[in-house]
Design a protein around this ligand. Structure first.
Ligand SMILES: *[C@@H]1O[C@H](CO)[C@@H](O)[C@H](O)[C@H]1NC(C)=O
Ligand SMILES: *[C@@H]1O[C@H](CO)[C@@H](O)[C@H](O)[C@H]1NC(C)=O
Ligand SMILES: *[C@@H]1O[C@H](CO)[C@@H](O)[C@H](O)[C@H]1NC(C)=O
Ligand SMILES: *[C@@H]1O[C@H](CO)[C@@H](O)[C@H](O)[C@H]1NC(C)=O
Length: 360
């Protein structure tokens, strides 16, 4: 082979490899469609109080923070647009589905299945999407009932998800993290409503494959916390609570495990909420209101978000985003939280707290 021919074939080989890698880069995506290591979003409720007057919004605006930015930004797009962060990120799944790719796996799970009005309690109170191949993928954990639509239907945002606030986090993970995720998911017992896992993955991801085929015969193990690391090296701690752990995940497990007092923002419907709890060495307080600026705020009764954060001034600041609200009935449900010590995430969420309930 002449040198020139060799060069050309090398160039072609590299180009081919580059194409494969580019195609393989499943990631969380920002509004520009660029790959990011992680992002978190806070969809705002429809009614926000401004100077004590109600002001109507579309219920589709959101705050957004990712691994390349330092503080919350207002979205440019509405949440129902394919150009939103969820639209951009999920596009990779809808596209992989139409190309019938057989090296890409996905799972969609939600206790409230799109287009159904039954919220089954047989499965965990847990919502999310996983998409990955042999290189990497993302895990989106969110609070939005009836979301997202199954592949075939394309991206949309449910009208029922507009009224209240919603939260979520997307993290890009390398392939080697998915076995740990597989075990955590088994504990959370998700209601998988759409999935495809190529046969070549079945041996490695036993639980997700069984959840996908609804053939799960595996016994659900006890509560489990595991370390996960994003593709770019951000550390996370994932808590998986089975329904056999009959307790308040915040007071009985997360606060003592993280060794910090926690402030929790979860859906607070009167009569069902657990009061702030200072019985144990690490306290848990219920956040009551969220401030968007000096003049704009909303209350936790309008917020279906699920997150908690270390009290201000702690040496050990954590932020967790997940599945479960502080209500007595949720002790009977499985689900999880993913926590991080990332300081930008911490400052962003800490800056939203307007007031919380002291212990009586
Ligand atoms: C999103 O919702 C807004 C406000 O209701 C509406 O005007 C817009 O057409 C919707 N966009 C899509 C893509 O559905
Ligand atoms: C799936 O992958 C196998 C092995 O890589 C290949 O032989 C087969 O043609 C693929 N099937 C489809 C439907 O793409
Ligand atoms: C606080 O939480 C712990 C753990 O769930 C529980 O045993 C205790 O009774 C709670 N205290 C109050 C005042 O609710
Ligand atoms: C917690 O969530 C469940 C299911 O979404 C709901 O039925 C319950 O009312 C919520 N609890 C509170 C205190 O809002």
């Amino acid at each position: 082979m002449t040198a020139r021919l060799l060069n050309t074939s090398l160039a072609l080989l590299c180009l081919g490899l580059f194409e494969v890698l580019k195609a393989a880069k499943i990631s969380c995506r920002n509004e520009e469609g660029e790959a990011v290591d992680w992002f978190t979003f806070y969809k705002l409720p429809r009614q926000v109080k401004r100077q004590d007057k109600d002001s109507g919004e579309t219920g589709l605006e959101y705050l957004y923070l990712d691994s390349t930015t330092r503080s919350w930004r207002r979205s440019e797009q509405l949440m129902n647009a394919t150009g939103s962060v969820l639209g951009r990120t999920l596009h990779q799944l809808y596209k992989a589905h139409t190309s019938k790719s057989n090296n890409t796996a996905y799972l969609m799970y939600n206790d409230g299945v799109p287009k159904s009005m039954n919220y089954g309690s047989k499965y965990g109170h847990t919502k999310g999407v996983l998409l990955w191949n042999r290189v990497q993928g993302f895990w989106l954990i969110h609070s939005i009932p009836l979301f997202p639509p199954i592949p075939g239907e394309g991206y949309d945002y449910p009208p029922t998800g507009r009224r209240n606030g919603q939260s979520g986090i997307c993290i890009t993970f390398k392939y080697n993290q998915y076995e740990a995720i597989d075990s955590q998911l088994l504990v959370c017992n998700p209601n998988v409503y759409s999935c495809a896992i190529p046969a070549t993955f079945h041996q490695t991801f036993i639980h997700m494959s069984q959840l996908c085929s609804k053939s799960s015969s595996s016994e659900i193990p006890g509560r489990h916390v595991t370390k996960l690391q994003s593709a770019q090296g951000q550390n996370f701690l994932h808590f998986a609570k089975p329904n056999s752990f009959l307790d308040d995940i915040f007071a009985a497990w997360m606060a003592p495990q993280l060794k910090t007092h926690l402030l929790a923002e979860t859906w607070q419907r009167t009569g069902q909420e657990l009061p702030s709890n200072c019985s144990l060495p690490y306290h848990v307080y219920n956040i009551k209101a969220i401030k968007l600026s000096q003049k704009a705020y909303f209350t936790s009764s309008q917020d279906h978000s699920k997150w908690c954060i270390s009290q201000k001034g702690t040496k050990n600041p954590w932020t967790c985003i997940g599945d479960i609200n502080r209500s007595a009935s949720q002790a009977f449900r499985s689900g999880g939280f993913i926590c991080t010590q990332n300081q930008h995430i911490y400052r962003a969420f800490q800056g939203l707290i307007l007031s919380y309930e002291k212990c009586v």
